[in-house]
Design a protein around this ligand. Sequence first.
Ligand SMILES: Nc1ncnc2c1ncn2[C@@H]1O[C@H](COP(=O)(O)OP(=O)(O)OP(=O)(O)O)[C@@H](O)[C@H]1O
Length: 585
Amino acid sequence: MNYNLNQNSGQEEKQSTFQALKKLIQLISEEKRNLWIASGIILLNSCLLLTGPLLIGHTIDAYIRTKDYHGVLVFSGIILSMYLLAFFTGYFQTKLMGGVGQRMLYTLRNAVFNKLQELPVAFFNENKAGDLISRVNNDTDKINQFFSQSLMQFIGSIVTMTGAGIFLLMINFELGAAALVPAVLILIFTALVSPWVKRRNASNLKSVGGMSAEIQESLNNFKVIIAFNRRDYFRKRFDEANRHNYKTAIGAGLANNILMPVYGLFSSMAQLIVLLFGIYLISQGQFSIGLLVSYFSYATNFYNPLRQLAALWANFQVAMAGWDRISQILSMKNDLQQLEGNTLTSTALLEFKHVHFSYTAGKEILHDISFSLEKGKTYALIGPTGGGKTTTASLIARLYDATEGTVLLSGKDIRAYSHEERAAKIGFILQEPFLFTGTVRDNILYGNSKYKDYTNAQLEEVIREANLDALLAIFEDGLDTAVTSGSDNISLGQKQLIAFMRAVLRNPELLILDEATANIDTITEQLLSAILKKLPKETTLVIIAHRLNTIENADEIFFVNSGEVTRAGTLDHAMDLLLKGKRKS
Ligand SMILES: Nc1ncnc2c1ncn2[C@@H]1O[C@H](COP(=O)(O)OP(=O)(O)OP(=O)(O)O)[C@@H](O)[C@H]1O
């Protein structure tokens, strides 16, 4: 599956506006009732507003011209009450739709965020965090804005226009038909320019995503930027992203506003038609002044909402462009699926059978790899930088699936295990451990529900039994030591220790340490090796290390170079291979 959102035009983009809207409404199905109520109110409001001009015309012809002031007063009262009712129902509907919009935003953001949680590592390799944040934050808000502010006006405008159109035709068909000709031209124009308007808005949302990615990257790397004094470089990069966003925003703004003057022009044309044709009909004795006043009112009731629709239609296109970007994420599927009913085919704890792997199509990183790991043994993966050690370990932990060949865990295809089963069996300490804001305790217990209700004293006991107490003692406040976002208050080595404790406490059958001691001093490193020696004897260890002293106790050493894994025999032989490999590269 192509996980790159900016390359993947996605099926979602090809769907019609109607299909897109249908899917969006499905996602917020629990709001359907409120949408119906609000639509009912809009219908009532439009009926109230539409009967107004008819009553005004009637008041002029029946009471003002005959000087029946009692009738004028009664009808003025009726008209005023109708407008007041329309005001209160309008207020209620605005309140209702504001709630709908906010709940929709909540549901959408949850849906997108939950989908992100389901997606594999490959998805995050392909997409920048800043762009994803912009989709979760900004694009969902565009949809909220349309639903909370524009949708009901949109429906209201259409209902009012339809009603006014019917009245125009009913009062005088020829005059009505003539008055509606400009509206037909407007519809054709709108249908023609809408795809262009949507494209302009999509390009603007994309550039907002790009800018957000730029900000995220420079904030993440601010220490390097300051240390290398590259502020100007990043300023320039941000300026370019900002300029691009500015240009696309101007383009989108132009597209969104182009409808307005065109609609205005056609509305004025319609009024001129009504005036000239109406005067002609009065001169022929076929029309009264009262009717012409009502007629003008209906023509205004038809063309004013139409003018409003120009702005609302642009909002709708922005929302649909946002929805396309969101539905691209929602349509992504995790291709690391669980296989059904797999039988035992190997006795080893883990086995690679003719495994090939590519991160991107056409560039193979691992070539036809076969090896097996036995229960309770310690293995080391050594090899030159970029040789494929982390990639091999990532396939052992099923962060990715092999492009070809099979990985077996306890004799079964690794794809036959659920994510929970696999995570319980395999512990992986990454090169760059990631910690969450909280305490050392929160981070140690991350993904480990077994001890979540333990008191600190009970947990300390468990830590002592696992021989990890000397590591915990390194932290000033023990389990309560604060870890802040970005974990800048603790050292890289300390981060590795927390990741180490986290993995060991889960008691996995297979523990992978990818350069897990690279930032740790020699004495603490010896402490870690002692802990590793005391792990349950059936635990299998896979250690990736550049420092060879960390692997001297390995039962077997694999040499990983240029995407090939070979048995390296003794430590001396492995060092020989490593030196040769380095000389070659
Ligand atoms: N996410 C990725 N997308 C594309 N290519 C990648 C990705 N990660 C690694 N590679 C490529 O795969 C190859 C093997 O990388 P890998 O990280 O497995 O090497 P390594 O032996 O662990 O190196 P090191 O000792 O520096 O950690 C490299 O050529 C690298 O450029």
